[in-house]
Design a protein around this ligand. Structure first.
Ligand SMILES: Cc1ncc(COP(=O)(O)O)c(C=O)c1O
Length: 416
């Protein structure tokens, strides 16, 4: 193991925890990553030793210290996301929050009111736009799948002069692999539309995301890279940011409130400030910044290489296993961080299997994710519904996948 990865591995205390005599074999990082000690320490320091309010509300030294850290976190996130300036970053609680913000702030017009979604969109992205469509405010079009990947020619056929926005999942949380963001950005831009890129599954093991590949907006969730829950970033290219209409308003977003003729009128701040209403998650942002810095120190090239190696090893181990189908092609899966299996036997009960994994291996508790993975569009378009997903992060070892595969074989023998 690369020494930088070995050193990073030691910084996830949950791996050393004893869960009733069992150690974790954690293969559910696509859901959430175990948390980094440095992220928790940074958040704790902020909460206990500082604890004041940022956002330039108060002018005392404690508030200034908080604001300074918040600015530093914004700069760190901007660098991580590939933004050209920290001013292009809106702090949010994750991709769900970011997609809701974008959907509800987007400058749709009667002539440009169509949103084209990839079939791999997570419900976090699909549902905010589906709601607008159900309310008759926009039209939604969903591109087809091709071999469990986004069918790019199919996506292209749906993009036209009425398309306002294209949404592309960068790395699928159900079928793995990576989407061609640069190609989708060209298709969107050629039609005068914008591209939003969901980096939830891409950012943690590749570093960065869609911004560097031409996306006009992109988002990631901090908890998926070892940072505290309810942290994340939404990148919006300046030209688009200037066109968004603030969705949530409140303290911190207002430039001026005036009174005239018995009426009050508010004018709002431009840029990211118009979108960060109320007090922010200052301590979470400190934790997020610490987590990103730690992963950057290990190096995303090393993380990527390690995770691809884990996927390759797991695929080798699963090769001879009868009774399940590995979804997707090997070359695609190697670019991602997860493998999803479809059971082929009627007697294979996915919920039972999940419970079985808690105690299938002596002294181990195996954690995977089963079900639809909040990827209803992908399930409906592919016909797969109940599947088993093992997902990897920097702390996993080949032994984790081997432990899972041995348990899977045992379960398949049990159900006959
Ligand atoms: C691809 C993808 N997008 C969006 C989300 C939503 O992320 P969050 O719940 O952190 O907002 C997830 C979470 O699993 C995801 O996998």
């Amino acid at each position: 193991m690369n020494p930088k990865i070995a050193a990073l591995r030691k910084e996830f205390p949950a791996l050393d925890e004893d869960f009733g005599g069992r150690r974790l074999v954690y293969l559910d990082s696509a859901c959430t990553v175990l948390k980094l000690r440095c992220a928790a320490d940074a958040q704790r320091r902020h909460m206990l030793l500082l604890g004041g309010c940022g956002g330039k509300r108060s002018m005392h030294s404690l508030a200034s210290a908080m604001e300074e850290d918040f600015l530093a976190a914004r700069a760190r996130v901007a660098g991580f996301m590939g933004a050209s300036s920290p001013e292009e970053v809106i702090f949010c609680s994750g991709v769900t929050d970011a997609a809701n913000l974008l959907a509800n702030s987007f400058p749709f017009t009667p002539r440009r009111n169509e949103v084209v979604l990839s079939p791999l969109e997570h419900n976090a992205v699909f549902l905010p736009f589906e709601r607008l469509a159900a309310a008759g405010r926009i039209k939604l079009r969903v591109a087809p799948l091709d071999g469990l990947r986004v069918d790019l020619p199919g996506l292209a056929r749906l993009i036209g002069p009425r398309t306002a926005l294209v949404c592309l999942n960068h790395a699928s949380n159900i079928f793995g692999g990576v989407s061609d963001v640069a190609a989708a950005a060209r298709l969107a831009h050629d039609a005068g539309a914008y591209l939003f890129c969901d980096d939830a599954q891409y950012a943690p093991t590749h570093g960065g995301g869609g911004a560097a590949l031409g996306a006009d907006a992109a988002a990631f969730s901090g908890h998926k890279l070892g940072a505290p829950f309810f942290t994340g970033g939404l990148y919006v290219r300046r030209a688009l940011l200037e066109r968004l209409r603030p969705w949530r308003v409140g303290g911190g977003t207002v430039e001026r409130v005036t009174a005239a003729g018995g009426r009050y009128t508010a004018s709002y701040l431009g840029g990211y400030q118009g979108f960060e209403a109320g007090v922010q998650n200052y301590s979470g942002a400190a934790g997020l910044s610490a987590a990103i810095a730690r992963l950057q120190r290990a190096g995303f090239a090393a993380i990527r290489e390690h995770v691809s190696g884990l996927v390759a090893g797991a695929l080798d181990g699963l090769e001879g296993v009868k009774g399940v189908r590995v979804l997707g092609r090997r070359e695609d899966l190697l670019q991602g961080s997860l493998i999803t299996l479809a059971p082929l036997k009627k007697k294979f009960s996915v919920p039972d299997f999940t419970l079985y994994l808690n105690s299938a291996a002596k002294g181990r508790m195996i954690a995977v994710r089963t079900g639809r993975h909040c990827a209803d569009l992908a399930c409906l378009n592919s016909g797969y519904s109940e599947t088993v997903r093992l997902s990897f992060f920097a702390y996993n070892t080949p032994a984790d996948a081997a432990c899972f595969t041995a348990a899977l074989r045992k379960y398949l023998d049990l159900v006959g």
